[in-house]
Design a protein around this ligand. Structure first.
Ligand code: NAP
Length: 287
């Protein structure tokens, strides 16, 4: 593929930022990549793995000649990072992010852009429960969606450049309004993580005649709770940033669980079979 941008700055060279850098390098769509990260040892690992070509001494210097700055830090930190770099952005620079929550991030970051620079919100729908540069790999986004969340004010050319970059990284790009994104992902991503954390928390603290019940876990429990091994700071931020939509999803789930509880409580075989059958049909339908 031919080069799309000559210089990319990645702030937060972890799983997502590092994988984006690796994918673009493999596709040949970026020239030089500079890394910025608060975790010095992570940054040095990114350099030694060839994910970035250079380490910037600070964010201001790192973004100086960049055509695109990709911010991939926990969502609550994204606006503060963009505020810090805004005075140092070169003319025409595009700032984008990979954060899992969009409304607040896009609103704040768009307002921080100096004249001539553009912010494009983004969220790759790919990941693992691992963190850091060492967990990054080039094929992470292959065949996965990447959602861009432009607003009425987003520069169309900047959005097009980000779409081309993500496509070159292997992603299928689509666009939607930030609020719509947050309500969808509250249901299909943020709620499952909260439920997995709550389940492991409940079982981990359960006392069954003094036994450590977790020592009896097998495939089902482990499959269901894999995502509870995700980074707690990342998920703290997502829960806080998408609070309203997530609370609505938790309420919907609580109602569903209460309904299931009632059917068990009244020993209702037909009601239980119906409930489980409907859920199984939904689940089978997505496979
Ligand atoms: P990660 O692997 O933990 O990498 C984030 C890196 O950013 C860490 O090295 C972290 O250092 C650093 N950092 C934190 N605050 C910073 C700051 N203010 N300035 C510079 N560097 C900073 O995280 P990730 O999984 O790639 O997630 C990054 C973003 O992608 C998040 O917004 C997340 O919502 C989004 N996302 C994640 C996934 C997923 O499955 N992981 C999927 C889609 C989107 P410290 O460790 O010292 O904090």
């Amino acid at each position: 593929m031919s080069m799309i941008i000559e210089r990319l700055a990645v702030i937060g060279v972890g799983l997502i930022g590092g994988s984006f850098a690796r994918a673009l390098r493999e596709a040949g769509t970026v020239g030089a990549i500079v890394g910025i990260d608060t975790d010095r040892s992570n940054l040095e690992q990114a350099l030694s793995l060839g994910i970035v070509d250079e380490i910037a001494p600070d964010a201001a210097q790192g973004v100086r000649d960049a055509q695109v700055v990709f911010v991939s830090v926990p969502v609550c930190a994204i606006p503060a990072v963009v505020r810090e770099i805004a005075p140092f952005l070169p003319a025409g620079c595009i700032v984008s992010d990979g954060g899992s929550v969009k409304t607040a991030v896009v609103q704040e970051c768009e307002a921080l852009m100096p004249p001539g620079c553009a912010f494009v919100g983004g969220h790759p729908i790919a990941g693992t429960e691992h963190s850091g540069a060492g967990a990054a790999f080039a094929s992470l986004f292959n065949g996965k969606r990447c959602i861009l969340t432009p607003t009425r004010d987003t520069d169309a050319g900047a959005c097009d450049t980000m779409a081309r970059l993500w496509r070159s990284a292997g992603a299928n790009v689509c666009s939607m309004e930030p609020g719509h994104h947050d309500r969808i992902f509250a249901e299909i991503s943020h709620l499952p993580h909260v439920v997995a954390y709550a389940l492991v928390h409940a079982v981990g603290t359960a006392d069954v005649e003094g036994e450590n019940v977790l020592s009896y876990t097998a495939g089902g429990f482990r499959d269901f709770t894999r995502i509870a091994s995700s980074d707690p700071v990342m998920w703290r931020d997502i829960a806080l940033m998408n609070r309203t939509a997530l609370l609505a999803s938790i309420d919907g789930f609580s109602a569903s669980l209460a309904e299931l509880r009632q059917r068990i409580d009244r020993s209702d075989p037909a009601g239980l079979a119906e409930f489980f059958t409907i859920a199984k049909q939904f689940r089978d339908g997505i496979l």
